[in-house]
Design a protein. Structure first.
Length: 122
């Protein structure tokens, strides 16, 4: 994580605007440059995934205007996606690409934390 933060902040000029520490160790951060945002999250070995699996420890976060609209579009295209939920004040829609990399589309919301889409939609 330290090497990645140094690359993005010192090397590419991103600014760290949010972060999460666990036992004094950086586990997650939100980086911004101009109108682009990127979140980095450290791999958690507790999820018991093999290091040899494609995509292990990598998640790409895409901050967008409307994650629910993306969910509707991609599922209509027969792409499997998780049920949207609210986390960190954002709707979150998760998919995996063909190589096993996890993509999360996220958009800001005032809906309460941990709300699930199908419960909220009722």
């Amino acid at each position: 994580m330290e090497a990645s933060v140094n690359f993005y902040v010192k090397g590419l000029g991103f600014s760290m605007t949010e972060s999460w520490m666990d036992n004094g160790k950086l586990k997650w951060c939100w980086l911004v440059i101009d109108n682009a945002a990127l979140m980095l999250q450290e791999y958690d070995e507790k999820n018991n995934m093999s290091q040899e699996e494609p995509g292990v420890g990598v998640e790409i976060f895409l901050i967008c205007e409307d994650a629910i609209a993306i969910y509707t579009k991609i599922t209509s295209n027969k792409i499997s996606a998780s049920e949207p939920f609210v986390g960190n004040k954002m709707w979150v829609v998760q998919v995996k690409d063909p190589d096993g990399y996890k993509l999360s589309f996220e958009s800001f919301t005032d809906v309460p934390e941990e709300t699930k889409y199908f419960e909220w939609k009722k």
